[in-house]
Ligand binder design. Structure first.
Ligand code: AMP
Length: 190
């Protein structure tokens, strides 16, 4: 069982690369952003609470996210591995994930940090906004999300450096070249 965290700022290609990882390695996919958007669509209580944060470009509170993640993890049937996409986004979430996995005798094996320049992130997200219909893909919210990333999420990098599972991945250039770099990191960990 391989636990992979795909990490990076908004627009760094976590979703795109997750799809390629799933197709190649058959891993289960846990995307907290996708789960939240589904909850919003279904107009659940959780969805209603989360929407207010998402639309402002802020993080949904840790307690809510950690509880949601734990339930999702428990519901997973056996897979070759799991890819955590968009989680953890705070150091507290990273600590909670470590505890949850430890209970199963597991740990995060690989943390992939997709590195992309700020200007490129903004251009990609604006382009995605033209087709995604996502309420948070507009310039004002994009800039807020990048700020929130720098302040609250970037410290997660130090957590995984200390754990020894950290891998920096150049997230610019052709999608398949980026995926090649990701594949090497995953295969070296197996
Ligand atoms: P994403 O699809 O990963 O870009 O997530 C979209 C939005 O959902 C984020 O801007 C946050 O508001 C919320 N969200 C997703 N994952 C998390 C998380 N792990 N912690 C807090 N908020 C999250």
């Amino acid at each position: 069982m391989l636990n992979v965290v795909i990490f990076g700022p908004p627009g760094s290609g976590k979703g795109t690369q997750s799809e390629k990882i799933i197709a190649k390695y058959g891993f289960a996919h846990i995307s907290t952003g996708d789960i939240l958007r589904q909850e919003i669509k279904e107009q659940t209580e959780l969805g209603k609470q989360a929407k207010a944060f998402i639309d402002k470009g802020e993080l949904v509170p840790d307690a809510t996210i950690i509880d949601m993640l734990e339930k999702k993890l428990e519901s997973l049937t056996t897979a070759q591995g799991v890819i955590f996409d968009g989680f953890p986004r705070t150091v507290d979430q990273a600590g909670a994930l470590k505890k949850m996995l430890r209970k199963r005798g597991e740990d995060v094996n690989v943390m992939l940090n997709l590195e992309v320049q700020r200007e490129e992130l903004i251009q990609r997200l604006l382009k995605r906004g033209e087709v995604s219909g996502r309420s948070d893909d507009n310039l004002e919210t994009i800039e807020k999300r990048i700020r929130v990333y720098e302040e609250q999420t970037a410290p997660v990098i130090e957590f995984y450096k200390a754990e020894g599972s950290y891998h920096a991945i150049l997230g610019e250039g052709a999608i398949d070249d980026i995926f090649g770099r990701i594949s090497s990191a995953i295969e070296n960990a197996q």
